[in-house]
Design a protein around this ligand. Structure first.
Ligand SMILES: [Zn+2]
Length: 83
């Protein structure tokens, strides 16, 4: 009688192990899918201070990127002084 219980317990543990493995694999596939479908956003560098930031957060003026409008104004005033 005892050995039947041990065998049943072993089968139960084995089945549980298979289920856990499948769930882990699905999670891994899901995270891989997400990382594949998520587009990598280009990083832009502020022309004034050199800060790197995602393109959608950057302040863009005629192909030049700035971290904020203040740096754009400062860059513009510095460049107009030189010319
Ligand atoms: Zn800046």
């Amino acid at each position: 009688m005892g050995i039947v219980r041990v065998v049943l317990l072993c089968i139960a543990i084995w089945l549980l192990w298979i289920v856990i493995k499948k769930v882990r694999l699905k999670k891994l596939e899901y995270t891989q899918k997400i990382s594949k479908t998520t587009p990598i956003e280009p990083i832009q560098k502020c022309k004034f201070c050199g800060l790197h930031l995602p393109e959608h957060e950057a302040f863009q003026v005629s192909g030049r990127y700035f971290c904020n409008k203040d740096h754009f104004d400062k860059y513009l005033s510095l460049n107009s002084d030189r010319e």
